[in-house]
Ligand binder design. Structure first.
Ligand SMILES: *Cc1c(COP(=O)(O)O)cnc(C)c1O
Length: 417
């Protein structure tokens, strides 16, 4: 390829206008499902209709006893933490590298988040977790970043050894698994988002999974008051007297969102199979190029590929800054190559540096600074994220993205100096 880089005035590799990727994949079947629900019922107070069907299918898909749908992933996390009894005086070890909503509900409950660094995979490092355990630690929360399962065996060994709860934020990782065991089933409970771009999408929504009856009752009391609580808590349960009000929050999912998610869940494994093929192809081709490190999955691990997180290795391209490399790819028409913004090391965000302006109780409880989590910060700085297409018909575009990467890595010297 001798043509000059598009960033320097040459012809871009990809010329067709976007979008190059859209999610979730919607078709007539999805539309029909939503229209049917519109005609049937758009306000469901109990566990009936589409709520019951989707919760049952989520239980079956994951092999768990209870699923509770919520209005968002943030709400699911909030209910899960409340149900697990996390509150004032408790420390909860969380990833420094995650989307902030993994952690922010803890601030509303008065629990203290203790950030921990990641390993080279970008997921929570069990060794760093072990060092942050104190007598106040009650739980460890893990996020499966970009859909790649975290090292659950090592994490579980530590939480078991110390008698801590293990909780999952599986919002990136619907359907991902380790040795056939789906993420969301490794700990006491798990929370998922079904926000727009997530592997399983309701547009907006979320859910909690658990095998534990008591956690299930408390998830209901936290955000699903009255009818659901009255019909699902046993009458002789000590918490039954609170069934009418619950804890007074309302986190119900919209039935139209549930109908969409039910339609998508039936096709999730098909999507993931397509993504696995594309991800393997992209990794094979991109790993040949200097400056690009592709994720490696341990044997038996299946990812959901919410994104394909590539690591940029500046040293392999004579110190070319990642910003310049990214600009060059964008100029070649790779508009979907993303440097994640709001999903960043949490110690970079004002909320985790100076929480007291918004959460006065945290004045002397939490104060992080840039530099606190070297692995998370280096990984974040060098992450270039690609979407993982699932359809055969997208492969020509995938090839163009690969060609654009090749062109930039072959001509990177033109960008130096
Ligand atoms: C999307 C996401 C959330 C929040 O979910 P919402 O449905 O947007 O509230 C939480 N954690 C992670 C890791 C996420 O990606």
């Amino acid at each position: 390829m001798n043509s000059p880089l598009a960033l320097l005035g040459g012809e871009p590799v990809i010329t067709h206008a976007g979008p190059h990727f859209s999610w979730p994949p919607l078709d007539e079947q999805s539309e029909a499902a939503v229209v049917r629900q519109l005609q049937d019922n758009i306000s469901i107070y109990d566990r009936s209709g589409v709520i019951e069907r989707l919760e049952d299918e989520l239980c079956e898909y994951h092999g768990v006893t209870h699923a509770v749908l919520t209005s968002s992933g943030t709400a699911a996390l909030h209910s899960m933490y409340a149900a697990c009894g996390l509150g004032p005086g408790d420390e909860v070890i969380v990833p420094a590298y995650t989307f902030f909503a993994t952690v922010t509900p803890l601030l509303h409950l008065g629990a203290v988040p203790v950030l921990a660094d990641c390993d080279e995979s970008g997921n929570l490092d069990s060794k760093d977790v072990a060092q942050r355990i104190t007598e106040r630690t009650k739980a460890v929360v893990v996020t499966h970043m970009w859909g790649v399962p975290a090292a659950m065996q090592a994490l579980k060994a530590i939480t078991d050894e110390h008698g801590l709860m293990l909780l999952e934020d599986a919002s990136h990782a619907h359907g991902a698994s380790i040795d056939g065991q789906r993420v969301g089933t490794f700990g006491r409970a798990a929370a998922f988002s079904m926000n727009g771009p997530k592997p399983l999408s309701a547009g907006e929504g979320g859910f909690v999974l658990t095998d534990d009856d008591e956690i299930y009752y408390r998830v209901l009391l936290h955000g699903q008051y009255n009818k659901r609580c009255r019909s699902e808590l046993p009458r002789d349960h000590p918490l039954y007297e609170y069934a009418v009000t619950g804890m007074g929050l309302k986190f119900r999912i919209h039935p139209l969102a549930a109908a969409l998610a039910l339609d998508q869940l039936g096709r999730l494994d098909h999507y993931l199979t397509g993504r696995a093929t594309t991800a393997a192809y992209l990794c094979e081709r991109l790993s040949e190029l200097p400056g690009v490190i592709v994720p490696e999955l341990p044997l038996g691990v299946r990812a959901s590929w919410y994104g394909l997180p590539l690591q940029y290795a500046m040293n392999e391209l004579d110190g070319l800054p990642v910003e310049r490399f990214h600009q060059a790819l964008q100029a070649e028409g790779c508009r979907e190559v993303d440097r994640p913004g709001s999903t960043c090391p949490l110690n970079w965000l004002p909320l985790f540096q100076r929480p007291e302006t918004l959460f006065p109780g945290y004045a002397d409880k939490m104060s992080y600074s840039p530099g606190d989590f070297p692995n998370a910060e280096a990984i974040h700085r060098n992450t270039l994220k690609l979407p993982v297409w699932h359809r055969e018909e997208d492969m020509p575009l995938v090839d163009k993205y690969i060609n654009a990467f090749r062109k930039v890595t072959e001509n990177y010297r033109d960008l130096l100096g």
